[in-house]
Design a protein around this ligand. Structure first.
Ligand SMILES: Cc1ncc(C[n+]2csc(CCOP(=O)(O)OP(=O)(O)O)c2C)c(N)n1
Ligand SMILES: CC(=O)[C@@H](O)[C@H](O)COP(=O)(O)O
Ligand SMILES: [Mg+2]
Length: 592
């Protein structure tokens, strides 16, 4: 069965379908093991996606994939099998739906729990425009269904008569087994032949169909056709197995190979070695911190292992809370824990904190509660693309009254800053680090009022103050050395705590002829903007130039390449500083 000519999908016989699904699995295993990506979730939806495309007519019918990490089969069935040779590489096939790739892709946002809201809006639009022949289908996992947004949408869907087919892809897992009362309800439904009227979904106004064996194409198709005929909001409960058909994924106790790096497909194992990741270093520190601080508790939004909390969980099982894919709830629940006398550490990917900014502001900061946010995957993440880059946190957190934000440059600083953060009892703190392995420690020449001076050029008067955030200390130092060859004297300073702006940084700025800030967050609204403002407020006339990420949705690719394209590698930093310093024409009036 060729995967490149599937236009006859609806006419295939049972035998041909078996061959097709086997070929899809083979392609997934070979290509995802070669490139890295979401293997387990896609192996689990081969039959489900095939049945969807046989019953519904995409793109006329609208199929929305929640999160989108399980859309690889959809990509294959809509003519993109060849693209898997370039999966998640710059310019290659995206790891999530991408509208530029195909008219069959509607929603690119890979932040979970949105599909039912999109579906609700699409159904309303179809109704208002008189497009009653168009179907709307939302495919959502049991994990994504734990998100509050999904329940806001279900509330609307159940209260209407508009036809929407919610396909619940229930594999019992997020990364870990899905937690909570809803997960328990689904477990009961999976185990029994339920009276539909007794299900939560039926009670709130959706017709419940299922449970359906999510690997049985005829059964799935029959359920989808019934859902269409009912012509109202329907939830089809499909039971699937994450990692289906690939033994290493089926037997992977950690997460059924939810997301993998490059693996040997024959064994399902990765080459070992390599420098430890920031995540694993944080995880080790957090486990130690648990012993030092009995008041510390930790929260994860369904990402225990990905944020490095599994060691802490093993050592302190009573002090770890998996709240489901529910970042907003995680933050406000942490506020409650802090009000109750504990010190919560909320561990999220930086991009997922975006969801909960109102809770950070109003529920935590307004109440001056000691909650520490640990933001993994801050800055450019790479192959997961625009929705996963952790590039908004600095600009958002800089606006939160009383928030202190630290960015460690190396392992020693990670340990120190984590401890400084949990020692703060008067308000919230945040710590951010990237999706990368931590390099060698970068020792400070000296510390000044909490700032680390990493490098001092020979020149007097002092030329350029390079202020680097977190891991950009490495490229900033290398840039300083390049600039020394051009007789430009540079001081490199790591503020360690980026917000609030340390007044000593303003004093240092006043003693240089040019300040250049370097951060892997938005160029506007972050460290550089805040420092420029602080200098202006203090009537320090030294020009402050900011290097950072553009306010743009940056495509997928290798992390290092994206940073270089944004001008945040040593050579680019040095070139920019040189240009600013040697050709200060537009700045002339300001230079002393
Ligand atoms: C708002 C948000 N938080 C966290 C994540 C990270 N994440 C991606 S997939 C996933 C688990 C999804 O579980 P489920 O929806 O059941 O899909 P499955 O992988 O089991 O198919 C999580 C937590 C996310 N994408 N969005
Ligand atoms: C779909 C999703 O949001 C996560 O699975 C994410 O892709 C994981 O990213 P990492 O590979 O950086 O853990
Ligand atoms: Mg699941």
């Amino acid at each position: 069965m060729s995967l490149h000519h599937i236009s006859r999908l609806r006419e295939l016989s049972a035998t041909e379908l078996d061959r097709l699904t086997a070929a899809i699995r083979e392609l997934l295993i070979t290509k995802v093991c070669a490139a890295g990506g979401h293997l387990g979730p896609n192996l689990g939806v081969v039959e489900l996606t095939t049945a969807l495309h046989r019953v519904f007519r995409s793109p006329h019918d609208r199929i929305v994939f929640d999160t989108g990490h399980q859309s690889y089969v959809h990509k294959i069935l809509t003519g993109r099998a060849d693209g898997f040779d370039t999966l998640r590489a710059a310019g290659g096939l995206a790891g999530y739906p991408q509208r530029a790739e195909s008219e069959h892709d509607l929603v690119e946002n890979s932040h979970a729990s949105t599909a039912l809201s999109y579906a609700d809006g699409l159904a309303k639009a179809h109704q208002l425009r008189g497009e009653s022949d168009r179907r709307v289908v939302a495919v959502i996992g049991d994990g994504a269904l734990t998100g509050g947004l999904a329940w806001e949408a279900l509330n609307n869907l159940g209260g209407s008569t508009r036809p929407v087919v919610v396909v619940l892809n229930d594999n019992g897992r997020s990364y870990d087994p899905t937690v909570g009362g809803l997960a328990d309800h689904l477990t009961t439904l999976r185990a029994n032949e339920p009276d539909p009227g007794s299900t939560l979904f039926q009670r709130i106004g959706l017709t419940y169909l299922g449970p359906v064996d999510g690997h049985d194409i005829p059964a799935l198709e029959a359920a989808f056709r019934t859902a269409v005929e009912l012509d109202r909001p329907v939830l089809v409960h499909c039971v699937t197995q994450k990692g289906r058909g690939y033994l290493p994924a089926e037997t992977d106790a950690a997460d059924h190979m939810h997301g993998i790096g490059v693996l040997d497909p024959a064994t399902g194992t990765a080459k070992s070695g390599g420098a430890p990741s920031w995540t694993s270093l944080f995880g080790a520190e957090m486990a130690d911190l648990g012993a030092e601080h009995p008041e510390v508790v930790a929260l994860t939004a369904a990402m225990l292992r990905p944020v490095g909390l599994h060691r802490f969980a093993q050592r302190y099982p009573d002090r770890i809370f998996d709240v489901g894919i529910a970042e907003q709830h995680a933050v406000t629940s942490a506020a409650g824990l802090a009000m109750g006398g504990l010190h919560p550490v909320v561990c999220l990917y930086a991009t997922f904190l975006n969801r909960a900014i109102d809770q950070v502001l109003m529920d935590v900061a307004l109440h001056q509660l000691p909650v520490t946010f640990v933001l993994d995957r801050a800055g450019i993440t790479g192959p997961d693309g625009p929705s996963h880059h952790g590039m908004w946190d600095l600009a958002l957190l800089s606006q939160v009254p009383g928030m202190r934000v630290a960015s460690p440059r190396d392992t020693t600083q990670l340990a120190a800053l984590l401890r400084e953060a949990v020692a703060v009892k008067t308000g919230p703190t945040a710590l951010r680090f990237p999706k990368a392995s931590a390099g060698q420690d970068i020792p400070a020449r000296n510390r000044m009022d909490g700032l680390d001076i990493l490098y001092r050029g020979e020149h007097q008067p002092l030329d350029v103050l390079l202020v680097s955030a977190g891991v950009l200390a490495g490229p900033a130092l290398a840039a300083a050395e390049l600039l020394a060859h051009h007789h430009i004297g540079v001081t490199v300073v790591d503020p360690r705590w980026l917000f609030p702006i340390n007044p000593t940084l303003v004093h240092l700025a006043a003693r240089h002829r040019l300040v250049v800030t370097v951060e892997d967050g938005l160029r506007t609204g972050g460290l550089g903007t805040a420092l420029a403002q602080a200098c202006a407020d203090a009537r320090v006339a030294t020009p402050v130039h900011n290097l950072g990420l553009p306010a743009a949705f940056l495509d997928h690719g290798a992390r290092g390449d994206i940073l270089t394209a944004c001008g945040l590698d040593a050579e680019n930093i040095a070139d920019t500083v040189r240009a600013l310093f040697e050709h200060p024409a537009p700045l002339k009036g300001l230079l002393r």
